[in-house]
Design a protein around this ligand. Structure first.
Ligand code: FES
Length: 163
């Protein structure tokens, strides 16, 4: 794509070139900070001379980019084909109801963050939920509630011990 300014032909990056440039930088930021804060997007926008909206567009297109700080416990609900067919959406609803957050968000107390992800490689045990990097397969709404209750109990126990 070309742009003529003051009689000079300027070359504008195509959307694909822009993505190619932005993605590694977003990955680096997420690796360093655990997520991509708005300030980092604004900084990138200045560095690359592209709008913040374009950078947000790339970051939100790829669901491995996190725009909120991760919670102490990271919950990822698999909605790949096998898990979707096996009831992944119901599991997502269970978490939304119990924790009061949508996918991509973190609870106000910073305890839990929720993400919907594609296949986590446990299709034979679908539907699957990943809690703090541990895959839990053949989940039901009931077993998921039990798992979250267990995490809550353990956290309470741990904080009592710290007092
Ligand atoms: S689709 Fe969920 S583990 Fe493969």
């Amino acid at each position: 794509m070309t742009d003529i300014r003051d009689g000079e032909i300027m070359s504008q990056p195509t959307a694909a070139e822009l993505q190619h440039q932005i993605i590694p930088m977003l990955q680096e930021i997420q690796e360093q900070l655990g997520y991509i804060p708005k300030e980092a997007v604004d900084w990138l926008s200045n560095q690359l001379r592209v709008s913040s909206q374009e950078i947000f567009g790339v970051a939100t297109f790829y669901n491995h980019f996190r725009l909120n700080p991760p919670g102490r416990h990271e919950i990822r609900v698999c909605l790949g084909t096998a898990c979707h067919v096996g009831g992944g959406e119901k599991l997502l609803d269970t978490i939304r109801e119990k924790l009061g957050i949508e996918s991509g968000k973190t609870t106000d107390d910073g305890q839990y963050s929720l993400e919907r992800v594609a296949c986590v490689g446990a299709c034979a045990r679908s539907p699957a939920v990943v809690l703090d990097d541990e895959v839990h397969g053949r989940m039901t709404q009931r077993s998921l509630k039990r798992l979250l209750d267990k995490v809550e109990r353990e956290d309470k126990k741990q904080s009592k011990m710290m007092e």
